[in-house]
Design a protein around this ligand. Sequence first.
Ligand SMILES: *Cc1c(COP(=O)(O)O)cnc(C)c1O
Length: 397
Amino acid sequence: MSTGFNTRAIHLGQEPDAQSGAVIPPIYQTSTYGQTEVGGDPTYCYSRTGNPTREALEKNIAGLENAKHGLCFASGMSAINNVLNLLSAGDHVVACNDLYGGAYRIFTKLYAKFGIEFTFVDATQPTNIRTALRKNTRIVWLETPSNPLLRITDIRACASIAREAGALCVVDNTFATPYLQNALQLGADIVVHSTTKYLNGHSDVLGGAVVVDSDDLHQQLRFFQNTVGAVPGPQDCFLIQRGIKTLALRMRQHCASAKQIAKTLAQHPNVEHVYFPGLSDHPQHQIAISQMNDFGGIVSFNLRGGLRAVEKFAANAGLWTLAESLGGVCSLWCHPPTMTHAAVEREVRLKNGLGDGLIRLSVGLEDIDDLLADLTKALDSAGKEIADTPAREGVLV
Ligand SMILES: *Cc1c(COP(=O)(O)O)cnc(C)c1O
């Protein structure tokens, strides 16, 4: 479809209802469908297999990624699980090491036990992927920008390495959203999303999606979807669809505010390091420019003073809410070492650069002056802690 992003977001899969003319697709709150003949082949027979509200969303998300097929799930993790169902015992996966904690957990704690091997590499150097490839490598798994360090992986380079090796390239596009980055056009085979985040955008529903262009992959993944379940209910699909209509508008503001916040953090004496691909000193700033339309709404930073300073920050964070998740209208902050990445062993975490003072911000849509005022107040208060306490072991440098 050659129309613009907003037009697709608002109209794809959203034709007025044939029966009633309703401009918004009805919420088909049904588990099953009456059939008109014995042994017939009805369009809908059971809602795990198909539901019109879900199909409207699947069509819409596929269109946002300029792809042919979308599949929706009850969560981002069930979308990831759907893709992992492609693997068999004895297969090998190369994954980036700066990965969503839940993805790391499903790889190492669940699929590893079925005889699937995982190698984690720093994918910001695509040659590391080449080096890790084996004869049995089936998937190269990327997340860019990554969570929580916002490292950028060169999707074109990695996808072409995967293709040469006969492996599929999967990109978790949750942080960028289809508005900022279209990984399939950059050579990836499969895109996964946690629609819980920006696509829904209002912190009120869980969901996931898998997007592919290949008919063959679609057929396999559709079979797994129907076989495993974990499909979203029609109400959830409706909410995510409603969120998507304003995705572009929201993303523009998320990106603009995040830039200002990153600049403020970079100048604050109590901040050791800022991770944001929009800063010119970010190591993959140029790659970000080459594959993204903007830099996203997530900013991470190391607070000087480790855990004690983080506690002070927490007590003074004002309208920034301490919470897991991201991508909603409300600004959130989280402490990955004790929250999203608590499932990652401490030594693995430190080795991957996630120090004890790491804070991740999900910049919301409140007025930027209010966000900056409360952030500065929290940073200043953390500084008092630093002055009172001698430097502690385990503080990230
Ligand atoms: C949140 C998230 C997931 C998991 O999604 P859920 O909807 O929480 O199951 C996967 N990948 C990334 C990058 C995420 O941020």
